[in-house]
Design a protein around this ligand. Structure first.
Ligand code: NAD
Ligand code: UDP
Length: 315
């Protein structure tokens, strides 16, 4: 990112966004993090406050955004992303994906900045093609409990391409698969913080359904590297970024028990509606176009994450 002067990170106080801010600052960029803190936390960026090249702006991207001076890159990560948020704030999620995307795309056109949308593997819904390639159009229930998120991101992809085709916006789309690491919220409800928290507190580990459904977990620094490579590439996308090593959720629960040494029982609870049965990224496009592949093995990444939750994360 050495040539980039000023980057805007919408969602910069969130889990992934704060790691992206770290990376951009380390690369020498000036960074403006824009966030309304609906799911993000000031603690994620507390270490950046006071840095000369870092600025935080509390702002809801569903409202128009004006910034003084030139902008080179806009990373749009601003959206709640956890299934626990879907019944809680579905309208806000849809407004972030729709009005929010439009407002940041308008900023990109005005400032001639390059724009990157953080999309998701959820655009594939409960996929009928496995592993998922970017050419797959998905299997999404448009009225189900996950639709506020899935359709918000599908709309966000569509408006990104519309601005690209009709308004000459310079755009990139990354489809992010399940990502984990330090700074996830303990109460965020996603399987990594939920089970790590339960194991650390000696509580039963809650596995939804049979636990045979699969996910593929990518460590956050690998993801951030993929995002930066895509931003600086010539590929508009969409490009999948994720770790293709796939595991059933029951195996994930057993790994957490083993690594933490917890004596917790594993208990089975009902599977939420429309929970995808399998998910694994096909990353051939990322390898070919970006020279990207994940570097952090699950065992190493999850140990770092557990250590963080055991210390910082409990505060
Ligand atoms: P997060 O909730 O930690 O981060 C999202 C951030 O966006 C938060 O700080 C939140 O306060 C902010 N935000 C939400 N709505 C906003 C609005 N209207 N205006 C301004 N700020 C707003 O979640 P995350 O896991 O870091 O996800 C970041 C992005 O990556 C999201 O767009 C998400 O959809 C995408 N993504 C994440 C994953 C994953 O596994 N973590 C997978 C696929 C896609
Ligand atoms: N899950 C689980 N126990 C939990 C939280 C989640 O078994 O306490 C399951 C969930 O049903 C899903 C998988 O773990 O099958 C991943 O869930 P997460 O919410 O992390 O992400 P997503 O479903 O969006 O991939």
């Amino acid at each position: 990112m050495a040539r980039v002067k000023h980057a805007v990170v919408a969602g910069g106080a969130g889990f992934i966004g704060s790691h992206l801010c770290d990376r951009l600052l380390a690369d020498g960029c000036r960074v403006t993090a824009v966030d309304n803190l609906v799911t993000g936390r000031p603690a994620n960026i507390a270490h950046l406050r006071g840095q000369r090249r870092f600025r935080f702006l509390r702002h809801d991207i569903a409202r128009p955004l004006r910034l003084a001076g030139p902008v080179d890159r806009i990373f749009n990560l601003a959206s709640p992303a956890s299934p626990v948020d879907f019944p809680r704030i579905p309208v806000e999620i849809l407004l972030a994906g729709s009005y929010g995307s439009r407002n940041l795309l308008d900023l990109a056109v005005r400032t001639k900045a390059r724009y990157l949308l953080a999309s998701t593997s959820e655009v594939y819904g409960d996929p009928l093609v496995h592993p998922q390639t970017e050419a797959y159009w998905g299997n999404v229930n448009p009225v189900g409990p996950r639709s506020c998120y899935d359709e918000s991101k599908r709309f966000a992809e569509a408006i990104t391409m519309a601005y690209h085709r009709a308004r000459s916006a310079d755009v990139r789309i990354v489809r992010i698969f399940n990502t984990y690491g330090p700074r996830m919220r303990l109460d965020d409800g996603r399987v990594v913080p939920a089970l790590v928290d339960q194991a650390l507190r000696g509580l039963p580990l809650t596995v939804f359904g049979s636990g045979r459904q699969t996910r593929s977990f990518c460590y956050v620094t690998d993801l951030v590297d993929g995002i930066c490579r895509l931003m600086e590439s010539d590929a508009a996308g969409p490009v999948n970024i994720g770790n293709p090593s796939e595991m059933p959720i029951i195996e994930f629960a057993r790994a957490i028990k083993r690594i933490t040494g917890a004596s917790s029982a594993i208990v089975f609870q009902p599977l939420p509606a429309d929970d995808p049965k399998q998910r694994r990224p096909d990353i051939r496009k990322a390898r070919r176009l970006l020279g990207w592949r994940p570097r952090v093995a699950f065992e190493r990444g999850i140990r770092t994450t557990i250590d963080w939750f055991a210390t910082e994360g409990q505060r």
